[in-house]
Design a protein around this ligand. Structure first.
Ligand code: HEM
Length: 413
């Protein structure tokens, strides 16, 4: 039996039973972060807080939402928006956070690509991050179905149609449905079965997966530590020893709690001002006006397009007929997972110091923006040509990446 003493405080009481002080030491006080980082390294924390905002606002919305094709639209657009006290606020927070979270995810991803933070022991951070990206995308898509407006219905129809590419013979033989699309929908067209299964995914299965993946992402940061602005390989044992001996200024590292945390909280504060400005004054950008009409399977909207954060991958489908389109779409979604292995260079350094990779990075970033803009514009005339060029550029970039990085010279940080 352990040697218990009379506790001197609540903290001490908990420590004797749960080891909370050891936990705090390992996870926060002696979790070492390089000093040489900028505000972009706060995006991970901003993402974690945005996820929290989504969860809390989602719980409030869940108290009044009705997952039924006859009741869903009214429960969101009338009951929550007009009748429930502050229901509109929770909905605005949820809708704005769902959109802004992708902006931050893209900034976070491009920061990692720019600084090469996915290599040399950091591959699992990248892979768990990509798994988070895919689950966040599925979460956003399933959430979009829930208000059961025109865009929910038709975006649901179009996106599930992508799976028509799968042979109905194989699907029909293995699944209890005529084809994969019908199996996913639970019907021939989106209906009640469709809505309730996406509701289950949105409020239970995917959030559970996201929580697990966030744990994995944080865990995978622990051993390799976060990268820094110069990609310098820091000896964390030696530098933390220096810090603990009192040479805090000479040490290249700082504590997570509260050194790094205070920087994070500052950036978080700036982000929250921007976020709540959007929530109160510009929430409409996150709520498509077409979705203010209830779902109607007999009336197709003039333009069906996904939310802005899916546009680049949706655009990749455009130049191809159905089956190759599906392959191109899956390629666009999947290839980013392979980034740590396609980048053959031994350098962990900012793109600006990596010669041809710098050009690759900026072309990739601009190409993603062009794909996003073209995805929103109608598929006709010059937009088709520009969109087509952007798609082939996207595909080509992944072919040239291993070649240019293989011959990259070693840079000294
Ligand atoms: C959406 C939920 C996510 C959360 C809550 C999250 C959280 C974090 C946190 C707290 C850090 C450490 C501090 C920082 O560099 O910002 C981090 C680092 C990192 N994350 Fe994420 N992240 C998420 C998504 C992603 C995605 C989608 C990717 C890319 C595929 C990604 C890739 C990385 C990489 C490579 C690092 C290491 C950065 C470095 O070593 O400098 N994360 N993440």
């Amino acid at each position: 039996m352990a040697n218990f003493k009379k506790a001197t405080s609540l903290g001490d009481w908990l420590d004797q039973r749960l080891g909370v002080k050891t936990l705090e030491k390992v996870l926060a006080i002696e979790y070492w972060i390089p000093k040489n980082i900028n505000f972009l390294w706060a995006m991970g924390m901003v993402l974690a807080v945005t996820f929290l905002l989504l969860t809390i606002s989602g719980i409030f919305l869940l108290m009044y939402y009705k997952p039924d094709v006859n009741l869903a639209f009214d429960s969101v657009n009338n009951i929550i928006m007009n009748e429930v006290g502050f229901g509109w606020l929770w909905r605005h927070i949820h809708a704005v956070a769902a959109s802004v979270v992708f902006l931050i995810i893209y900034i976070h991803m491009f920061t990692a690509i720019y600084y090469g933070s996915y290599k040399q022991g950091r591959e699992m951070i990248w892979i768990s991050g990509m798994l988070l990206f895919v689950t966040f995308s599925a979460e956003a898509f399933s959430g979009y179905m829930l208000p059961w407006g025109q865009m929910s219905y038709w975006a649901g129809m179009v996106i599930t149609n992508i799976f028509e590419g799968f042979s109905p013979e194989i699907a029909g033989g293995m699944l209890n449905a005529p084809g994969l699309v019908e199996w996913i929908r639970g019907d021939f067209v989106p209906g009640d079965a469709f809505l309730t299964r996406f509701f289950m995914l949105h409020v239970l299965l995917l959030p559970l997966a996201m929580m697990g993946l966030i744990g994995l992402h944080f865990g995978s940061l622990r051993l390799p530590h976060v990268n820094n602005q110069d990609g310098e390989e820091i000896d964390f044992d030696a530098e933390s020893k220096k810090y603990l001996e009192g040479h805090t200024k000479d040490s290249k590292v700082m504590r997570f709690q509260f050194d790094f945390l205070s920087k994070d909280v500052f950036v978080l504060g700036v982000f929250l001002v921007f976020f709540f400005y959007l929530v109160f004054y510009h929430f409409t950008f996150a709520l498509d006006p077409v979705n203010l009409d209830p779902a109607n399977g007999l009336k197709t909207p003039a333009h069906i397009y996904p939310e802005w954060y899916f546009l680049w991958s949706y655009e990749v489908l455009r130049p191809f007929p159905k089956d190759p389109g599906l392959i191109a779409f899956m390629f666009a979604q999947g290839i980013l997972f392979a980034l740590p292995f396609l980048d053959r260079s031994p350098n962990v350094a900012p793109a600006s110091k990596r010669g041809l990779f710098a050009i690759w990075f900026w072309v990739f970033l601009i190409d993603m923006i062009v794909l996003t803009v073209m995805g929103k514009l109608p598929p006709e005339g010059i937009f088709n040509t520009i969109g087509g060029i952007a798609v082939w550029t996207f595909l080509g970039l992944w072919i040239v990446l291993p070649i240019i990085t293989l011959f990259e010279k070693k840079v000294r940080s």
